[in-house]
Design a protein around this ligand. Structure first.
Ligand code: AMP
Ligand code: ZN
Length: 473
């Protein structure tokens, strides 16, 4: 098929035409959330833009397989293998087990994604499901002498590579932007840039989840999970790997080091990175404690899709500063837009030429390094252009496959919300009680089935600290 998509490849540092390994097919991987807390809207900026990338690829005709991990073990407070495990930190904070924390925040993550119309990837795999695969990859790396044992841990030896810093010619210090805490020197490392593949010894020996391994009871490092999980589902060749810019170093740099050493050839051709959402005090991060979530936006009365529009209005390669003033402007713009669309006469003839012309314009904007704000401009231009309402409505429906802003259904939602009838309310409350009982019995499959049953009826459940809340989609 014709390859018309271009986007910025962090590996080559330029905007490139996208050509997949296999004609018409895309193998795509996304670093998933570390599930020790709610996702903040900064994390979700990355997932929104990755969702737009995936949907654009599908829109222009590719068959996409997208895989995402869930980090439920091994991500330490500093990305450079030091500090306490983030999951353990979350479990202590909430006096729960690590697996309870993982389950709760994984569900919360997907509930947030659903509110933002972010499609769930085709495959989602928690790291704790794949311990055997991690051990196997580490064994091969040891055999090939890319790894070594020291002080009870297994490290990757970065001096074995000609070019460890594949993403940049910058020195290590400059690259340490992704490392959040002060870096403690680990004397076991042969080289400063070496990283842990498997821990049996750490300063934090109260680690809750541990597994047997040929090197003793322990747990995997963070980076190995993405290499293994992506290969498990996508094979040894990958087209696109995504993440936020803080993942470039050390996480993605380390993923490339170990994956290519393991397979013995180039692994992933295109690296897509989304810039950060900042607040007035800098990068939004979970470790700051007080951060903005989708639930908070909802509590303040914002439709989460207004936040999606806010993200689409700026380019994914530029830092974006969050402010309520801009969000308020977006509310007004969104409401005006959906009202305008609701006023279109849906019945009538579709003008094929116009339809094709404006579909091509929309595609061209997205294929030009995912220029989402230009794509939104095409939408506005199209609504003003000279064509039948039915053509316009059909185009809006088509654009919304990528924009995912509920453009043809959002108008009038508020009025509907006010009319939730008592019968529905008592039905949902009974289901919530049934789900609570199932959870208490640790029957999580039943609890999930109840959530899904409600979802099919358009009811979204939200687990909050104050209890379960629900609303109509
Ligand atoms: P984490 O849950 O911390 O592993 O992060 C999940 C995803 O969010 C990763 O791809 C990060 O690179 C990304 N991310 C973290 N902070 C931000 C931010 N402030 N803005 C945009 N993306 C972010
Ligand atoms: Zn990753």
């Amino acid at each position: 098929m014709e390859n018309k998509m271009s986007f910025y490849n962090t590996l080559t540092r330029k905007v490139e035409q996208f050509i997949p390994n296999e004609d018409g097919k895309v193998a795509m991987y996304t670093c998933g959330p570390t599930v020790y807390h709610f996702a903040h809207i900064g994390n979700l900026r990355s997932y929104i833009m990755e969702d737009v990338l995936e949907k654009t690829l599908r829109y222009v005709g590719y068959d996409v397989k997208r895989v995402m991990n869930i980090t439920d073990v091994g991500h330490l407070s500093s990305d450079a293998d030091t500090g306490e495990d983030k999951m353990l930190k979350g479990a202590k904070r909430e006096k729960k087990t690590v697996m309870e924390i993982a389950k709760f925040y994984t569900d919360a993550f997907f509930a947030d994604c659903a509110k933002l119309n972010i499609k769930t990837p085709d495959v989602v795999e928690p790291a704790t499901n794949c311990i055997a695969e991690f051990i196997h990859m580490i064994e091969v790396l040891l055999e090939k002498e890319y790894a070594y044992e020291s002080g009870g841990n297994i490290y990757f030896d970065t001096s074995k590579l000609d070019d460890y810093y594949v993403f940049s010619s910058q020195n290590e210090k400059e690259l340490l932007v992704g490392v959040r805490d002060d870096v403690d020197e680990d004397e076991n490392k042969r080289n400063k840039s070496d990283f842990v593949l498997w821990f049996t010894k750490s300063k934090f020996d109260d680690q809750e989840l541990k597994w047997d391994s040929p090197w003793g009871v322990g747990y995997p490092g963070w980076h190995i999970e993405c290499s293994c999980i992506s290969m498990k589902h996508l094979g040894e060749y990958m087209d696109i790997h995504c993440g936020g810019v803080d993942n470039i170093f050390p996480h993605h740099t380390n993923e490339i080091a170990q994956s290519e050493s393991y397979v013995g050839h180039k692994w992933c051709n295109y690296w897509f990175h989304v810039h950060h959402l900042n607040d007035k005090s800098g990068k939004m991060s979970k470790s700051k404690g007080d951060f903005l979530t989708v639930s908070l936006l909802l509590e303040k009365g914002y439709n989460p899709l207004v936040y999606r529009l806010f993200c689409l209005q700026s380019h994914y390669r530029k830092p974006l500063e969050f402010s309520y003033e801009v969000l308020d402007n977006m509310v007004a713009a969104y409401e005006k837009l959906v009202k305008r669309i609701a006023s279109l006469q849906q019945d009538g003839a579709i003008e094929e030429n116009k339809y094709n012309e404006y579909r091509a314009k929309f595609e061209a904007a997205l294929c030009d390094d995912l220029n989402t704000s230009m794509a939104v401009t095409v939408l506005y231009d199209m609504l003003k252009a000279d064509m039948t309402d039915a053509t316009k409505f059909a185009l809006v429906k088509s654009y919304d496959e990528v924009l995912s802003l509920n453009l043809t259904t959002a108008h009038g939602e508020k009025e509907q919300d006010n009319n939730i009838d008592a019968e529905l309310e008592s039905y949902v409350l009974a289901k919530i009680e049934e789900r609570k009982a199932a959870k208490k019995e640790k029957d999580f499959a039943k609890a999930d089935a109840i959530r899904n049953e409600l979802l099919e009826k358009g009811i979204v459940l939200e687990d909050t600290r104050e209890g379960v809340k629900w609303k109509k989609m």
